[in-house]
Design a protein around this ligand. Structure first.
Ligand SMILES: Nc1nc2c(c(=O)[nH]1)N[C@H]1C(S)=C(S)[C@@H](COP(=O)(O)OP(=O)(O)OC[C@H]3O[C@@H](n4cnc5c(=O)[nH]c(N)nc54)[C@H](O)[C@@H]3O)O[C@H]1N2
Ligand SMILES: Nc1nc2c(c(=O)[nH]1)N[C@H]1C(S)=C(S)[C@@H](COP(=O)(O)OP(=O)(O)OC[C@H]3O[C@@H](n4cnc5c(=O)[nH]c(N)nc54)[C@H](O)[C@@H]3O)O[C@H]1N2
Ligand code: SF4
Ligand SMILES: [Mo]
Length: 743
């Protein structure tokens, strides 16, 4: 491992160099340039990485960032693994390898099966594979003994069919990655403003006069957001960052699409950087609201006309003492008041956030706090203002819109039942954490996943490993090998087409659709030949599984073959089941697609009273014992979730190591540790300890008492029971740990 001074600005030449080198390594020059010319272009394919939005107007010839280029290279790599690879390495040998190595071997080229007692995976025909899943599912004594997991990359069409399959089979056990991601946002937004989505367009962000970026690292995780922030900044916006780390991407930005911008240090972005303590946000947000009330900057007209609960909220905020606010947030009164003044000086504020807020015990309170701030400033339903939960996976928002969720509302079920002539189950299904409990207790026996890496993405890795290992069948619809595929009594790999590949069915070439973070639905159509002729599309695999499984057991009228032959037919069903998709096939073919309705934009709040709700968010300070720290688990610049592209974290100055822990230099000194020293991390939850070993200490600009380390290496530390109230999201950004010298 080596560390160096982090760069002074994000993107710029370093990003271009990285995109080219990874592209050449995985794809070669010709394929790389072809891919680059189609990614995020109209008629091309949607970037397989994050859910950031494409511009509504004209597009650049290169409408992607370094991480989009890396994700494309990972998806469209020419490396493949088929029967020879699986004959060479036993499952035991594969288990010894890292996630990085497993992913780097290439695309899975044909269906493979591993049965109890085997040493190696072996090839299996598609029909036999479908039959195997069907027999396992149909042998269960209840449909609720199965769980159907979805990762947020699945297209709308695949997601819609997957939930239909699960519900026609008879269960609402539809856990998804969202349960670990923005579930807290969805929960907090739905109860307060009546919809679990952002209330802004890209244009609102770019024309905002004040923007808060809180609990989010856009330079790494949503890089093109920096282009929009820079645009807003040039238009006169002030930008406030609230984050325990001084993330380079929030400090300065060099736009790689403006050649002259390569020279010099780039544009500075943030006007006010509040280095909050981990989980100090409820206090910080309350402090900002208190200061806004004290300045007299509350938007009384908006509050009176559109909200409930203001008086209680205002009494609570004003009665909080600055002492409590400062000690819980780690911020001075002056800096909080400075933030309030910037907000008050602007006609409205756009608040952007991600995992820094959603993965804590009181995560839903974090989101309520954001809503309070938006409401008190009247920032909903006017241009250049609003709430922007910045989504992770490219179609995670669309998947939920399509019914991937363990607890959809009655309206959705009724529409589904009408459309397909059956009665879908109404009991609440299992979310991700509940599904793990159920597997562990022997109550879920069959696990089918549509993408993702359930084992490494979820908390408490040891518990999940043994829970998944007990499943009679672990069947994955996948592109790449990962650790989730190395456990289970029977394991099935069902390899699918990647986002960048051509999908040709009986009626001809097909496109799929995605919904981005600002509710725009648009098309995605791959351009490359499939990695192997044996691959099927996600839609075809789900239809194959459903047809083999359902037979006479469901009264649902679903012609799976017809749906596979022409995806327009799937979209016709979606149009009749999901509101906002009127004339779906026609509108989605228009350049750039269409916006789904966002009622709060028109100040329509679908809450029980028809008004937006203020909430009370109690400040809950941590009382850590001597030697205890609060750890947040974050992403590097060289990974997409559990998919590790490389071993560097360029923007934080770390090279060639992922087992590092960032610590305040004074804390390091006081504890008698030294830079680079190897330590073990022990977490403490409910009287139980969990440990990961051999991490190198990196002295860093981080508040005292706080640590940062990378996910998924630190997931074994996160207790399965440590979850957010109300959303059940693993609290993977507030893990109480102690450090011990390793050896
Ligand atoms: N390149 C790349 N892009 C990605 C991903 C990826 O892995 N790689 N993942 C995708 C997915 S699924 C998601 S959900 C998003 C995630 O996007 P982010 O949420 O930006 O990802 P994290 O790395 O989890 O970063 C959390 C940020 O919140 C800060 N933070 C942590 N705890 C706190 C806190 O208590 N308070 C505050 N105020 N800040 C805190 C951290 O310092 C960090 O800057 O990115 C998506 N895009
Ligand atoms: N400690 C900690 N844990 C976390 C987080 C954290 O911040 N800290 N973040 C959480 C968050 S926000 C999320 S979203 C989850 C992510 O959880 P997941 O979505 O389950 O995980 P990914 O790593 O994104 O999944 C990668 C795998 O998806 C498969 N895949 C890739 N492309 C495709 C495709 O086109 N089709 C199909 N069918 N499969 C494909 C490949 O096999 C690849 O190995 O992790 C969560 N876990
Ligand atoms: S910002 Fe996100 S969606 Fe856009 S190119 Fe980069 S990784 Fe892809
Ligand atoms: Mo996510």
């Amino acid at each position: 491992m080596s560390t160096e001074k982090p760069p002074s600005s994000a993107a710029g030449l370093g990003g271009i160099a990285k995109s080219v080198s990874v592209g050449l390594r995985e794809m070669g020059a010709v394929r790389m340039l072809r891919g680059w010319s189609a990614i995020n272009q109209r008629g091309g394919f949607d970037c397989p990485s994050c859910a950031w939005a494409d511009p509504d107007g004209p597009r650049h010839t290169a409408e992607f960032c370094e991480n989009g280029a890396k994700a494309l290279a990972d998806d469209a790599t020419t490396k493949k693994i088929g029967r020879e690879f699986f004959a060479k390495y036993s499952v035991e040998e594969l288990r010894q390898q890292s996630e990085f190595w497993l992913n780097a071997q290439g695309r899975i080229a044909e269906p493979m099966v591993w049965r109890d007692g085997d040493s190696h995976y072996r090839p299996i025909e598609w029909a036999e594979a479908f039959g195997l899943v069907a027999r396992s599912l149909n042998a269960l004594d209840s449909p609720d003994r199965a769980a159907f997991y979805t990762s947020g990359k699945a297209s709308n069409e695949a997601a819609f069919l997957f939930q239909l399959f699960a519900r026609a089979f008879g269960t609402n056990n539809l856990p998804d990655c969202s349960n670990m991601c923005h579930e807290s946002s969805g929960t907090g937004l739905k109860e307060t403003i009546g919809i679990g989505k952002s209330t802004v367009t890209l244009d609102d962000l770019e024309r905002a006069k004040c923007i808060i970026v809180i609990g989010q690292n856009p330079g790494t995780n949503h890089p093109r957001m920096l282009t929009s922030l820079a645009k807003a900044k040039r238009g006169g916006a002030s930008i406030i960052a609230i984050n325990p780390l001084k993330e380079v991407g929030l400090l300065r930005f060099t736009n790689p699409q403006q050649p002259l911008g390569w020279l010099g240090d780039g544009e500075s972005l943030t006007d006010l950087y509040l280095q909050v303590k981990i989980n100090g946000d409820v206090a910080a947000l309350k402090g900002i609201a208190k200061a806004i009330l004290e300045i007299g900057a509350a938007d009384r007209e908006f509050i009176d006309r559109h909200t409930d609960g203001f008086d209680r909220f205002a009494a609570d905020a004003t009665s909080a003492t600055w002492e409590t606010i400062s000690s819980a947030s780690g911020l001075t009164r002056e800096s909080i008041e400075a933030a309030a003044r910037l907000i008050a000086a602007s006609p409205g504020v756009v608040i952007c956030w991600a995992m820094g807020l959603t993965q804590h015990k009181n995560a839903v309170d974090n989101v309520r706090g954001l809503v309070n701030l938006a409401l008190v400033t009247g920032s909903i339903g006017k241009p250049g203002a609003g709430l922007m939960c910045v989504r992770g996976h490219s179609n995670v928002q669309g998947d939920r819109t399509m019914g991937i969720g363990h607890h959809m509302d009655d309206r959705f079920h009724d529409a589904l039942d009408r459309e397909f002539g059956f009665r879908s189950p109404r009991s609440v299904g299992l979310d991700t954490v509940q599904a793990i409990h159920a597997m562990r207790d022997g109550n879920v026996r069959v696990f089918v996943s549509l993408g993702g890496n359930f084992l490494s993405a979820t908390p408490d890795t040891e518990v999940v490993t043994s829970a998944l290992a007990q499943c009679e069948l672990n069947a994955s619809i996948v592109t790449k090998l990962n650790r989730s595929h190395l456990v289970g009594m029977t394991r099935l790999l069902l390899p699918c087409l990647g986002r960048s590949e051509r999908d040709v069915q009986e009626s001809g070439p097909q496109f799929t659709t995605m919904e981005n973070t600002v509710s725009v639905v648009s098309t995605s159509e791959g351009i490359f030949e499939p990695a192997s002729p044996a691959l099927k599309s996600e839609v075809a695999i789900i239809a194959g599984l459903a047809k083999a499984t359902l037979g006479g057991r469901s009264t649902a009228r679903i012609d799976w073959d017809a749906l596979t032959a022409n995806y327009d037919r799937i979209r016709d069903h979606i149009e009749r089941v999901v509101p906002g998709f009127e004339k779906f096939n026609e509108r989605v073919r228009q350049p750039g697609g269409f916006y789904l309705p966002i009622p709060p934009k028109d100040r329509v709040f679908n809450t029980p009273t028809g008004r937006a709700q203020f909430s009370i968010t109690p400040i809950q300070a941590w009382h850590l014992k001597a030697g205890e720290f609060l750890l947040m688990t974050v992403r590097t610049h060289d990974q997409f979730n559990t998919v590790v592209y490389g071993m560097d974290d360029r923007y934080r100055g770390v090279k060639n190591d992922r087992r590092v822990v960032f610590i305040n230099r004074d804390d390091m000194r006081d504890a008698g540790f030294t830079e680079g020293q190897k330590v073990n991390l022990t977490s403490h939850f409910d009287g139980r300890e969990r440990q990961v070993r051999d991490f190198s200490l990196v002295g860093y600009d981080i508040p005292r008492g706080c640590l940062a380390a990378y996910f998924p290496e630190t997931n074994p530390l996160v207790a399965l029971e440590s979850v957010a109230d109300g959303s059940n999201t693993p609290a993977s950004k507030s893990v109480v740990v102690t450090l011990q010298v390793s050896g």
